[in-house]
Ligand binder design. Structure first.
Ligand code: GLP
Length: 236
């Protein structure tokens, strides 16, 4: 594992974008695993700049996102599909038909989840998986649990996650209570993992996840077993 502590959010965003840009340049047909949350927004802004400067071309890239809130369709401004369109896809030349976000309004979640996992397998796995981390150690929406859940699944969000994400909604009562998330298997099978974390409130959980025991109560701790993980952390 490479744990990089960096001075500012801007530098974090630049470094993360450089790693993703290098992946796209080295393998133009790569599969990017993408994440939402406030932390990657700066990274996406840098990637848009790289695209506008002619440094990267997304025309043959595929992307698959980690998660989506149950009950929000892609037009809802707090859905993760909307977030991805707004923060990245609408501004680069990726083919939207090659971008995947779980369906938050599925009628059959068993089917939706199984198809999501199969899609990753059919792609031959994810080349580079971008992750953030929740203050309870969740990655995607893999919440603390008694086991590491391998497959894509529907999860009850923890009260701390609902509290943390309430800032994006008009009222806390509007935060969905459930989400659909990619499981650990697809994340752990990614060839490279890049985790970005920003702010003093993430310090403790990073310490536990990367320097403590591997434990499903700290979902991100399983990444200690991944052969190619880069963590970029900026306190400011
Ligand atoms: C959400 C997402 C996670 C993300 C986390 C942290 O819960 N499902 O993928 O890592 O938020 O977000 P932030 O970067 O805003 O702290």
């Amino acid at each position: 594992m490479k744990f990089i502590t960096i001075k500012s959010y801007d530098e974090l965003s630049a470094k993360a974008a450089d790693i993703i840009a290098a992946q796209v340049i080295m393998k133009p047909t790569c599969v990017l695993g993408l994440a939402t949350g406030s932390t990657p927004i700066g990274t996406y802004k840098r990637l848009i700049e790289d695209y506008n400067n002619g440094k990267i071309d997304f025309s043959t890239v595929k992307s698959i996102n980690l998660d989506e809130y149950v009950g929000l369709d892609g037009n809802h401004d707090q859905s993760y599909r909307y977030f991805m369109n707004n923060n990245l896809f609408n501004h680069v030349n990726i083919d939207k038909a090659n971008t995947y976000v779980p369906n938050g309004c599925a009628t059959d979640y068993d089917k939706e989840c199984a198809e999501y996992d199969k899609r990753v397998q059919d792609f031959g796995g994810i080349d580079l998986q971008l992750l953030g981390i929740g203050i309870d150690g969740h990655i995607g929406f893999n919440e603390p649990d008694s086991i590491f859940t391998k497959e894509t699944h529907v999860v009850d969000l923890h009260p701390s996650t609902i509290d943390a994400n309430a800032r994006f909604f008009e009222d806390k009562s509007l935060v969905p209570k459930k989400a659909v998330t990619m499981g650990m298997l697809s994340i752990m099978q990614a060839k490279k993992v890049l985790l970005v974390a920003n702010g003093a409130n993430k310090k403790d959980i990073l310490e536990k996840a990367f320097f403590g025991p591997i434990n499903p109560q700290i979902p991100a701790s399983i990444l200690q077993l991944h052969p190619d993980v880069t963590v970029i952390y900026s306190e400011n």
